[in-house]
Design a protein around this ligand. Structure first.
Ligand SMILES: [Fe+2]
Length: 386
């Protein structure tokens, strides 16, 4: 998806939401003048956002009115009203007209909308200020060499340094990374959001991080939207390994962990740097018994193209876990769009196990809201089967 398509979708959704709210105001008997003022404010919001960003106004001055007060509040509002109207319709069907009238009443609807808004805003702010959680997982690999057993990979994904990420949020992510002991640190794409200068801001927070076995990354679709080769160059100048269709062997005693990176499909569409090429990426990967292969692929859709490769563990991101979903790993918005939405997946190819881990990331896409899907980093410990 191109950035312009994305912006059109966001503002299209915004217009639909606001249209729904205006329709409800009319239904509730609110004066047309008030509804008109509300709609004018809606139309003025993109202009306001443009002005605020151009003049570098403090984040709360535009983030709060646009995304929380207007955008998110409208969605909460319509969902609540929709649920009440739906319940009222069902009650009418069962001949409970009096109860249904309660559901349709604007006063009752206002109470429910108010309650839901307070509850949901509380949960959203809690997630924002608590910082990312650490998901700790152990992957038991049959035949893994003893030298690699206990190897710890810390995966960070989709930081999206940009308009939604405050310095406080980024600092808390950095502290979280530093607080978790690991051997290898990897970033699986979408480190920045929409403008090239964000690379320097990203590096000012994370550029000095180190790990005993190094810091590596792959680019995500957002880097390719901006300028993949330029971002890669900047990250390499910082000393990071950027694995675009290439691999690096990491030695541990007598064993080797092959770290392989696959380019994102966006590299083909956006900056024509070739697209995903697993043949090229795996050309120097020849694992011997006891060795391990870990693949970095921003988009989990690439897992399907790795079936015939020795891709024992693939680390992905991209989906953000939908940002909104049921806590505990069930349904999320990502379930609507992706076969591999979040968490761990496993399959067997020619008698070999392959795992995919889809990291829900730490940043935001579209709206700065996470509900039921907390920001997270993944700590994967490799273990030999006994
Ligand atoms: Fe992302």
């Amino acid at each position: 998806m191109r950035i312009r398509t994305f912006i059109a979708l966001v503002f299209g959704g915004y217009a639909l939401l606001e249209g729904g709210v205006a329709a409800w105001l009319d239904h509730a008997g609110v004066l047309p003048t008030v509804t008109g003022v509300y709609l004018l404010a809606t139309l003025a919001m993109p202009v306001y956002l443009r002005m605020a960003l151009a003049r570098k106004w403090p984040r709360p001055l535009w983030l709060m009115p646009l995304f929380f007060s207007h955008f998110f509040l409208s969605a909460v509002f319509l969902l609540s009203v929709g649920a009440l109207e739906g319940a009222g319709g069902v009650l009418t069907l069962f001949g409970k007209g009096q109860w249904a009238a309660e559901m349709f009443s604007p006063v009752r609807q206002s109470e429910v909308v108010g309650g839901m808004t307070v509850l949901l805003f509380g949960l959203v702010f809690l997630n924002r200020f608590r910082g990312p959680v650490v998901h700790r997982r152990t992957v038991v690999v049959p035949g893994l060499g003893r030298d690699l057993s206990g190897f710890r990979i810390l995966q960070v994904s989709d930081v999206h340094v940009g308009m939604f990420e405050s310095s406080g949020t980024l600092l808390s992510l950095r502290r979280r990374i530093e607080s978790v002991p690991h051997d290898l640190l990897v970033f699986t794409g979408d480190m920045i959001d929409r403008r090239f200068p964000e690379v320097d801001r990203f590096l000012s927070f994370f550029g000095s991080l180190s790990a005993p076995d190094g810091v590596y990354c792959v680019l995500g679709n957002h880097e390719h939207w901006i300028d993949g080769p330029a971002v890669q160059k900047r990250l390499e100048e910082n000393g990071w390994g950027v694995l675009e269709n290439r691999s690096v062997p990491l030695r541990r005693g007598d064993r080797t962990l092959f770290l392989v990176g696959i380019s994102d499909p966006a590299s083909e569409r956006e900056d024509r740097t070739g697209g995903p090429d697993p043949d090229k990426a795996f050309q120097n990967v020849r694992p011997e018994p006891g060795d391990m292969v870990v693949v970095l692929a921003h988009n989990p859709v690439l897992w399907d193209r790795l079936r015939r490769f020795p891709a024992t563990l693939t680390l992905s991101g991209h989906t953000h876990g939908g940002q909104i979903g049921f806590p505990g790993g069930g349904w999320s918005l990502a379930t609507l769009f992706y076969d591999f939405d979040r968490g761990m997946f496993r399959r067997e190819e020619d008698g070999h196990l392959q795992w995919l881990l889809v990291n829900v990331g730490t940043g935001y896409f579209g709206v700065p809201v996470r509900l039921g899907v907390s920001s997270a980093v993944e700590l994967v410990t490799l273990a030999a089967s006994v």
